[in-house]
Write a protein that binds this ligand. Structure first.
Ligand code: G3P
Length: 218
């Protein structure tokens, strides 16, 4: 399995609406033999990007509901119908109560959607790993959006996270995120035992996002 790079578009000006669709199109022409690249666009652009762009698309969130009378909810069943391949759950910017998280993971598994559960501490990593998602992503909240990467600031925690997850759920892989912005950050994450990274601001905010990502993945 190739290392995974998830590009979380969040709701930045540069990655939302038409700009988000154009960004996804540009990024989709990237050449990467060594990595699997996944886009996590804004929710309103998810369907369009999943239909127009070749790269697999994950949702930034999901609610544990099927199709029906659920106003304002992100239905797992609808995500599946529009071609979404996976979901990011419990991101620091979109926390989910544990009982809801559990139901959502179960529904995603039933729908064969890949689950990435975020956690910001070792105790949370341990707790969410027991839900046996495909990925647990360690992201220390205080480093998100900053210039110092998780790999520079918390290398030991990444190693511990890999160990904890291996014990709690041997098939679950670990990702890490927060401040990832260079080839060195990515290389170090893999060296520390992570299976990939989740990147936020660095790509959409780059002067040339495609070139930036291409250089990072060379
Ligand atoms: O999901 C990715 C994330 O929260 C990290 O954001 O901007 O620090 O790369 P950023």
């Amino acid at each position: 399995m190739k290392p995974l790079i998830i590009l979380n578009f969040k709701v930045y000006e540069e990655s939302s609406g038409r700009r988000g669709v154009n960004l996804a199109r540009k990024l989709s022409s990237i050449r990467t033999k060594g990595y699997d690249v996944i886009l996590a666009p804004t929710l309103p652009t998810l369907s369009e990007i999943s239909h127009k762009v070749k790269l697999p698309v994950f949702s930034q969130h999901a609610d544990p509901v099927g199709l029906g009378a659920h106003t304002g909810q992100v239905s797992v069943d609808e995500l599946k119908k529009i071609g979404v391949r996976g979901v990011i759950l419990n991101h620091s910017e979109r926390k989910i109560p544990f009982s809801t998280l559990k139901k959502t993971v179960e529904l995603c598994k039933k729908n064969r959607l890949v689950t990435v559960i975020c956690a910001s501490s070792l105790s949370e990593i341990r707790k969410v790993a027991h839900l046996q998602p495909q990925y647990v992503c360690y992201e220390p909240k205080e480093l998100i959006g900053g210039k110092v990467s998780v790999t520079e600031a918390r290398p030991n925690i990444i190693v511990k996270a890999v160990d904890i997850v291996r014990q709690a759920s041997p098939r679950t892989l670990v990702l890490c995120g927060a401040g990832i912005h260079s080839k060195a950050d990515l290389g170090l994450a893999l060296m520390l035992g992570a299976h990939g990274v989740m990147i936020g601001h660095a790509v959409p905010k780059a002067a040339n996002p495609k070139k930036f990502l291409q250089e990072m993945l060379l």
